[in-house]
Design a binder for this molecule. Structure first.
Ligand code: B12
Length: 221
């Protein structure tokens, strides 16, 4: 088997150059070789899309490159997702979470990753997709009898929508019914505290850990 770091490097490169066949092919190889899928994502693909973000910031990449790299990321995730989610223990539920990306924001790669990782860790996940209105999160959480509402935002403008969901929960008298977990590149712990969220997760693994703690807190209160 090739050196792992070389494989991760090729995964990142496939995302940076926008080669969907290579991105998906390397993901299939990872499954065949039974690589650790969380490492494959965190050390292979994510550094690739991060590099794309930096190239965009420096003015070396434009929207078409961003779009094709995002499509590659999706192609790789589509291969990995079923295996990732199948690894959850059957019949065991660690809690129910409704998740989506805030209204006005179509970034969903990170949110999808968080949703898959939660499902892989035995959470029941209701994924509302991207560009989700505040009341839709709340209605879905009521309907699903969720423990946690997970809010993703990638834009400094749409992160304000995370605050809005919490305000709407208060206005509807439902704030105590659900724990609210926020994430996405512009969010951080201080922001979560500022808007009155219950938790913040900086990546998919932290999201799983924090969701577990929030479910435990909710069920013990
Ligand atoms: C790919 C990408 C796109 C793709 C998105 C494709 C898709 N389907 O998602 C496309 C090309 C469509 C796009 C469009 C735009 N984009 Co864009 N995009 C990016 C880019 C390069 C990568 C984002 C990404 O996928 N990262 C990889 C994932 C794995 O990381 P992540 O999303 O952060 O998620 C992780 C954590 O944040 C966390 N997490 C995420 N969600 C949640 C939720 C919960 C509950 C928890 C606990 C944790 C959590 O866990 C995840 C896994 O580790 C970023 C650059 C960057 N540095 O983020 C810019 C970036 C986010 N985009 C940006 C901009 C400006 C735009 C556009 C406005 C561009 C334009 N002029 O049209 C549009 C906006 C469209 C819209 N209305 O939403 C800016 C935002 C700037 C700002 N401060 O607001 C960025 C930061 C680039 C930049 N440096 O300028 N973009």
């Amino acid at each position: 088997m090739d050196d792992l770091n070389a494989i991760y490097g090729r995964m990142a490169e496939a995302i940076v150059v926008g080669d969907p066949e290579a991105a998906a092919g390397l993901a299939r190889r990872a499954l065949e070789d039974r690589l650790d899928l969380q490492d494959v994502i965190e050390k292979g693909y994510i550094p690739g899309i991060r590099r794309v973000g930096l190239l965009w910031e420096s003015g070396d990449y434009f929207l078409p490159e961003l779009i094709s790299s995002a499509a590659c990321m999706k192609a790789a995730m589509a291969v990995l997702k079923p295996a990732l989610e199948a690894s959850a223990a059957v019949g065991l539920s660690r809690g129910r979470i409704v998740i989506g990306t805030i209204e006005g924001d179509i970034h969903d790669i990170g949110k999808n990753l968080v949703a898959s990782m939660l499902a892989a860790n035995a959470f029941d996940v209701v994924d509302l997709g991207a560009d989700v209105k505040p009341d839709r999160f709340i209605d879905a959480a009521v309907e699903a009898r969720a423990d946690v509402i997970g809010l993703s935002a990638l834009l400094t403008t749409t992160m304000l929508g995370q605050r809005r969901v919490i305000e709407r929960l208060r206005e509807r008298g439902l704030r105590d019914r659900f724990k609210v977990l926020v994430g996405g590149a512009p969010a951080n712990r201080a922001w979560a505290a500022d808007i009155g969220a219950d938790g913040y997760g900086e990546n998919a693994l932290a999201a799983v850990a924090r969701a577990g703690e929030l479910v435990a807190e909710k069920r013990s209160s």
